[in-house]
Design a protein around this ligand. Structure first.
Ligand code: ZN
Length: 471
């Protein structure tokens, strides 16, 4: 055995100083171990771990290279450091207990990683760790805070029913496979700033304090169905999403709506079915806000096997949505947008709301249907000022031309005279009987003109009033 010592840097910049076996490294730090070396590692590691637990103040395993599948389902009674360790095969920490600080900073997990049911009493640090295979933290308990900032999860990742009692930090984490946080409990602040997901499920999860998803990219779909946000919640769209993600926020509870915001997501991709969104700050993305997601889903046929985001959304939300619930949802959305002073968006939503109300009418309400249709044509349900003005001009000019054509018996005055006569009737100032050249006219044209005028002026008044009220 050589007397050369391993110089790999460990805790507090102290070098390893164990005997070198090859390439300037000890058996623990040696990369790419041969079969015999791997066997030697397994024997030595057991003894070394026992020695560290017995006689050292901390368990320092910084930079260790684990060549084979390793089972560490044990209780670590002291602070443990796995920084920059490499697990070449499965790393199984199922039901392990970490009574002190547990550090896996920059560790590399090459295959399956299991922390199922593991308990972390102190801070658990996984910053910039690299999980290349399936990573499972199901039912794990983080009592002293958890740091996963900048970590990368390449395979399927599970944090289902995981309990985060302290601060849960996932800033800049990347989830390249599907990430499940179903029924996870975040008792402290949960931060996902600039995290990147491809598809994620936070269904039934609870956020007792703040939930920050600022600049977060959700990939194709994020499900927050039946989640509960007890503190402030911030959702601000990140720039890395290729297309807009589908966000399912059905049956969600927002206990602090005034401190809750959704910015940058188009309404055609968010479902708020059976969720009270009163008072939340909603700033939807510009673009096609003609229909909200739930209306699109109502019309979409259900396909059981396809995994397109809209098919998944249909299966999750479809049962909650009806024409009646849609009208209620549009009303809530409109009030929400109006209280954020986003009147143009609110107007579009109002038009959709009225169109849906019209669909609900049956043939018995034919009078209502006609009124609805007129209201829609004349002023886009009181949202357009231009339309009634333009229609009034057209009515006046057309009526004047028709009258001139019809009454061209004897000496006929010019078009301007007709225009003046029609305008004075249109604005309900005079009657056709006041004009000698029209005195023989039957009362029907006047009646029709007056009715049209009342409809147009009424619509103009409604649209103008609505516009002024919002200023
Ligand atoms: Zn070493």
């Amino acid at each position: 055995m050589s007397t050369q010592k391993c110089q790999v840097e460990m805790l507090n910049l102290r070098s390893c100083k164990r005997d070198v076996v090859r390439d300037g490294r000890c058996i623990f730090h040696l990369e790419d171990k041969a079969e015999a070396e791997a066997a030697e590692f397994e024997k030595s590691f057991k003894q070394e771990l026992e020695r560290l637990e017995r006689s050292e103040s901390v368990i320092d395993l910084i930079g260790f290279v684990f060549p084979r599948r390793i089972l560490l389902q044990r209780t670590f009674t002291k602070d443990v450091y796995f920084d920059q360790a490499t697990f070449k095969q499965d790393a199984i920490f199922t039901f392990a207990k970490f009574l002190g600080y547990a550090c896996f900073r920059e560790a590399r997990f090459s295959s399956v990683t299991s922390f199922i049911g593991a308990e972390f009493s102190g801070y658990a640090e996984f910053e910039v760790a690299d999980f290349l295979g399936h990573a499972d933290f199901d039912g794990a308990k983080f009592s002293g805070g958890a740091g996963f900032g900048g970590a990368r999860f390449s395979g399927r990742t599970l944090f289902s029913s995981t309990e985060f009692s302290g601060h849960a930090q996932f800033d800049g984490a990347k989830f390249l496979g599907r990430a499940d946080f179903e029924a996870a409990q975040f008792s402290g602040d949960a931060e996902f700033t600039e995290a990147e997901f491809s598809e994620t499920d936070f269904g039934r999860s609870t956020f007792s304090r703040s939930a920050i998803f600022v600049g977060c990219s959700f990939g194709k779909l994020a499900n927050f169905g039946s989640a509960s946000f007890d503190g402030p919640a911030q959702f601000v769209k990140g720039g890395k999403d290729q297309a807009d993600p589908v966000l399912l926020l059905h049956r969600v509870t927002f206990k602090m709506p005034k401190a809750t915001q959704f910015c940058g997501y188009p309404l055609s991709k968010i479902s708020f079915a059976a969720t009270d969104i009163t008072d939340i700050l909603l700033v939807p993305a510009n673009g096609d806000q003609d229909r909200i997601l739930d209306e699109i889903l109502i019309e979409r046929p259900e396909v059981s096997k396809r995994d397109e985001p809209l098919d998944i959304a249909k299966r999750s939300v479809g049962g909650l949505v009806s024409t009646y619930s849609l009208i209620a949802e549009y009303k809530l959305l409109r009030k929400c947008l109006e209280s954020n002073r986003m009147f143009t968006e609110a107007a579009d939503i109002f038009v959709r709301e009225m169109k849906l109300s019209r669909k609900r009418l049956t043939w018995r309400d034919s009078g209502e249907i006609v009124a609805h249709q007129l209201y829609s044509w004349v002023s886009r349900y009181g949202e357009s000022i231009n339309r009634p003005v333009l229609l009034s001009l057209v009515t006046i000019v057309a009526s004047a031309m028709i009258l001139k054509h019809v009454c061209s018996c004897g000496v006929s005055p010019n078009l301007w005279t007709y225009l003046a006569a029609v305008s004075s009737v249109f604005f309900q100032i005079k009657s056709f009987s006041n004009f000698p050249f029209l005195s023989n006219l039957s009362p029907i044209p006047e009646l029709l003109l007056r009715l049209t005028s009342l409809t147009l002026l009424g619509n103009f008044y409604i649209a103008l009033k609505r516009r002024l009220e919002r200023k």
